[in-house]
Design a protein around this ligand. Structure first.
Ligand code: HSE
Length: 439
């Protein structure tokens, strides 16, 4: 191996992922150097609290309380941003680029919301911004989509890209609890944050979906156009009906090319129990990508955690180090497509998307009620695949009815639901969950 001087990196943040990154870089230093062609040395790091006891060995690393000291250090080649959130991360990344440093980041919110600006700044200076760790932790999905699928017309991708939601839905399915009970259990176990809204309301998954969709379809990042739903409305009953009907409920991020534009949506979905993604459980993540040439490819693994995420950070560092001397024009483009070929294709309004539906309603157990419901569906051109009325558990006046539809435009389903909810014999609101065959 040529004896080039070590590459010096500066870490912003010494939390879970920062600590994991130092540990992996140290433990596998020789392997990593053999792959990168240079030694990678953590020269400095910033942390909010410097005197906190840490399990990671920080010997030889200069510590700063001020993250700006890291991005302004003239001896640093690559800044690794592991702070998360928008500010100060955005300002620090832009400043690192202005100072001529390459950047590795695990920050999905930053890339999803400000990636266009950050990539343009990097491009203007011939610098790299790598973000494998921003999506699905230890799963190398960015690399696969950007490089492995380079010959494909990507038709759709669907991902379980939030471990907290997957843990909660898996536990509801395996143990039969309600959302609130299982969330509390996930918080006790440390799988869900004290404020879980970013995860359970789908924002985190939407950040990741936006990044994957850009890579897949050559569209600029446009987070505001992602349709986002979380899992709070999924009930114990829905989970039980799904099992009875041969499905599991998963929280999915879906990007799909249609003739009129691209669907970008995050929501719970019925997934056939035999589909590979239905069997990605607990905190695991999984992403299925369908290319016209490769067919469907499933990647699954740990979506979070110190070392899985560090695995992706270090892989990015190796990529950046290998490309340090390459002509910027010949590097893998940030969003898979050359920047001047990114295209503003229409993103479909959720009302224009097409899926099958599961609908659960409670109706009065009287003659003609089901006929009224099915007439509304028929009038709107919605074809029923299955309908099931169950006995009321406790002789209550309302009985649960479950309907599975064939594929329908969401606009028609919205109209049907409004009319069904207005029937006097129906208890509003009913619950609906999209059905995704993933085939
Ligand atoms: N909070 C995320 C999750 C992990 O629950 O999957 C980091 O993106």
């Amino acid at each position: 191996m040529a004896t080039l001087p070590p590459v010096r990196i500066g870490l912003l943040g010494l939390g879970t992922v920062g600590g994991g990154t130092v540990t992996v870089l140290r433990r596998n230093a020789l392997l990593i150097a053999a792959r990168a062609g240079r030694t990678i040395e953590v020269a400095c790091a910033s942390a909010r609290t410097l005197d906190k006891p840490r399990s990671v060995d920080l010997r030889g690393i200069t510590l700063h309380a001020d993250p700006q000291a890291v991005v302004d250090d003239p001896t640093i080649d690559i800044v690794v941003e592991l702070i998360g959130g928008i500010e100060p991360a955005r300002g620090l990344v832009l400043r690192a680029l202005a100072n001529g440093k390459h950047v590795v980041t695990a920050n999905k919110a930053l890339i999803a919301l400000h990636g266009n600006e950050i990539f343009a700044a990097a491009q203007a200076r011939g610098l790299m911004v790598a973000f494998e760790a921003a999506v699905a932790g230890g799963i190398p999905v960015i690399k696969v989509m950007r490089e492995g699928f380079a010959g494909n017309d990507i038709q759709w991708l669907a991902g379980i890209i939030n471990g907290t939601c997957n843990f909660i839905l898996s536990a509801m399915s395996d143990e039969g609890g309600d959302f609130d009970e299982v969330l509390a259990e996930a918080q006790r176990l440390g799988y869900a944050e004290a404020d879980p809204s970013f995860d359970v309301d789908g924002i985190d998954a939407a950040h990741k979906l936006m990044i994957l969709a850009s890579l897949g379809f050559g569209i600029p990042l446009q987070f505001a156009k992602v349709h986002v739903e979380g899992i709070r409305r999924v009930s114990r009953e829905d989970v039980a009906f799904a099992a009875r009907l041969g499905y599991r409920i998963k929280h999915l991020g879906i990007a799909r090319r249609q003739a009129q534009g691209i669907e970008l949506r995050v929501h719970p979905a019925f997934v056939p129990a035999r589909a590979p993604l239905a069997n990605v459980n607990g905190v695991m993540n999984g992403v299925m990508v369908r290319g016209d040439a490769a067919g469907p490819v499933l990647l699954s693994g740990a979506g979070a955690g110190a070392e899985p995420t560090a695995s992706s950070v270090v892989a990015d560092l190796v990529d950046v180090v290998r490309a340090l001397t390459s002509d910027p024009g010949n590097r893998v483009p940030h969003l898979a497509f050359q920047p001047d070929t990114l295209e503003n294709q229409p993103i479909l309004d959720i009302a224009d998307t097409e899926t099958a539906y599961y609908v659960r309603l409670h109706v009065a157990d009287e003659p003609g009620v089901l006929a009224d419901v099915t007439r509304i569906l028929a009038d709107l051109g919605i074809s029923i695949e299955a309908i099931m009325q169950l006995d009321s558990a406790d002789d209550a006046p309302m009985v649960p009815v479950v309907i599975l539809t064939h594929v329908v435009k969401e606009r028609a389903m919205n109209a049907a639901i409004a009319r069904i909810e207005a029937l006097p014999a129906v208890r509003a609101p009913l619950n609906r969950i999209r059905v995704e065959p993933l085939a």
